[in-house]
Design a protein around this ligand. Sequence first.
Ligand code: HEM
Ligand SMILES: *[C@@H]1O[C@H](CO)[C@@H](O)[C@H](O)[C@H]1NC(C)=O
Ligand SMILES: *[C@@H]1O[C@H](CO)[C@@H](O)[C@H](O)[C@H]1NC(C)=O
Ligand SMILES: *[C@@H]1O[C@H](CO)[C@@H](O)[C@H](O)[C@H]1NC(C)=O
Ligand SMILES: *[C@@H]1O[C@H](CO)[C@@H](O)[C@H](O)[C@H]1NC(C)=O
Ligand SMILES: *[C@@H]1O[C@H](CO)[C@@H](O)[C@H](O)[C@H]1NC(C)=O
Ligand SMILES: *[C@@H]1O[C@H](CO)[C@@H](O)[C@H](O)[C@H]1NC(C)=O
Ligand SMILES: *[C@@H]1O[C@H](CO)[C@@H](O)[C@H](O)[C@H]1NC(C)=O
Length: 477
Amino acid sequence: MIWTIFLLFQAVLLYFILTHRSRSKSDPPLDKGVIPWLGHALEFGKDAAKFLTRMKQKHGDIFTVRVAGRYVTVLLDPHSFDTVINDSDSLDFSRYAQVLMERIFNLQLPHQQPAKEKAMMREQFHGMNLSALNSTISRNLQAMLNAKMPQNQKDWKEEGLFDFSYSLLFKAGYLTLFGGEQNNNSTDPSHVYDEYKKFDGLLTKLARGMLTPEEKRTAKSVRQRLWELLAPAGRTEGSGSSPWLQFYRGMLQEAGADEEMQRRAVLMQLWATQGNVGPAAFWLLGFLLTNPESLTAVRMEMETSDKHVDTPVFDSALEETLRLTAAPFITREVVQEKTLHMADGQEYVLRKGDRVCLFPFSSPQMDPEIHHEPQKYKYDRFLNANGSVKRDFYKAGRQLKYYTMPWGAGANGCVGKQFAINTIRQFVYMVLTNYDLELCDPLAPMPEVNASRYGFGMLQPEQDLLFRYKPRKNNLD
Ligand code: HEM
Ligand SMILES: *[C@@H]1O[C@H](CO)[C@@H](O)[C@H](O)[C@H]1NC(C)=O
Ligand SMILES: *[C@@H]1O[C@H](CO)[C@@H](O)[C@H](O)[C@H]1NC(C)=O
Ligand SMILES: *[C@@H]1O[C@H](CO)[C@@H](O)[C@H](O)[C@H]1NC(C)=O
Ligand SMILES: *[C@@H]1O[C@H](CO)[C@@H](O)[C@H](O)[C@H]1NC(C)=O
Ligand SMILES: *[C@@H]1O[C@H](CO)[C@@H](O)[C@H](O)[C@H]1NC(C)=O
Ligand SMILES: *[C@@H]1O[C@H](CO)[C@@H](O)[C@H](O)[C@H]1NC(C)=O
Ligand SMILES: *[C@@H]1O[C@H](CO)[C@@H](O)[C@H](O)[C@H]1NC(C)=O
């Protein structure tokens, strides 16, 4: 008995020695939370936006919190973002990315060449290659929509807007980039979508390592099925997948990744390329339907603009949508001690082994000092009175470089941005020009967001928003 107590005492003592950390003058304010080791992990996971807002009120624009044994310095001053985004020597992107890859996709890639991969990605999603993707997805979207709602249909069809947008865009995007064909059980887009949705629901818990044993079993079997479904994607020219995926496979092959690891990497790319577009299109259509004056403005531009190349009203409506619903963390690992020079002249030391995290959703995107009435959807927030694009926003009297940041920034920003915008624009254009649509309950508000998804890209709603649609009369297309 006495030995048990003695050993226990030693263990507790050792624990405190190992995890003890006190604040020095050059450190950002430190908030360890009351629970040993876990620190603020539970509150963080439940609703990161609420938690970080509370910390910001308590400590200001920079502070360090303990989350599941790690110290994370959160920086919420957009004037100071560049010092983090620019310094890829002290602040490393790929280490934390690798941790997530392992946890979510069970993926360990052999020695990678991030610069080469990034260059390939950029090339594939730009210029002529982008135009080719653009017309392929346009064809796929049109075919999907027609199959769902033939033009000779006369009755209203009722559906959830989230499910409608996510499933259509996912399937069209999958066909465009990953190949596959309908009516083949092993590559059918509907089949892949159904499995993917199950995986998507477990994704945040996988990333945080907070699955129950039963969820863990489900996650494993769903992931296994997706690997099998994606096995043919990008393997041969005949598979109908994009040149991008074939290049990607080729690079993995060259780096020595076996077939099994390649499939896992392809699932990761499915998530990176299809996980955000559908939810973004949902929020945009939802805001348009619940704000009739925005819908009128966007419709008017679509009917008058020349081949919808220059669409400032649509662009602003989308930018405003993303301001309210894109909430990624931008995380870096501190690989060598770094002095952070804040825009207000303060200096802080970032310790090696800690993480730094930007959360642009809190600031700039929902910051009342930058955006007046930030909770409100204003489709013309990013337009000047004369109709040109508005780019001047201010904080503390100085003009901001980052006034909204849905795509990340710098070397690790989204490579698919232009393709995503084109896709959403085409989708919204097709839906608005081919169909009449209305909310089932004309007074329905936008649904609440699912708070557990803060930090993982586009947010998703707690419940769906019911709407009905039917082919438009006098439809000239
Ligand atoms: C509304 C839609 C989208 C949003 C809001 C979005 C947002 C983002 C963000 C914030 C990142 C950076 C993550 C970080 O810094 O850690 C990112 C990375 C990436 N995005 Fe997107 N994205 C969207 C659609 C797409 C599409 C359609 C594609 C491709 C077709 C794509 C391909 C990628 C890739 C490959 C990366 C990883 C870049 C890297 O490894 O550094 N995204 N995206
Ligand atoms: C960061 O890099 C950008 C572009 O390379 C540059 O315009 C900016 O001045 C840099 N900012 C800082 C703080 O180093
Ligand atoms: C398009 O991709 C091909 C490889 O498939 C590449 O050789 C070419 O340079 C790219 N073209 C453009 C305009 O980016
Ligand atoms: C994408 O496609 C749409 C319709 O097919 C077209 O209007 C638009 O100009 C295209 N954009 C690019 C960058 O090719
Ligand atoms: C279905 O797709 C798989 C994988 O690409 C292929 O091997 C198989 O022949 C296809 N089956 C049919 C009936 O087309
Ligand atoms: C496809 O799968 C469904 C159910 O998973 C099954 O009922 C059907 O027979 C399968 N069709 C083919 C051609 O294998
Ligand atoms: C909210 O998101 C989490 C994580 O993706 C998911 O497990 C949960 O089912 C979602 N809640 C609702 C009401 O959809
Ligand atoms: C439109 O207004 C903005 C500011 O309100 C101004 O900077 C810009 O020059 C104007 N553009 C035109 C074409 O008048």
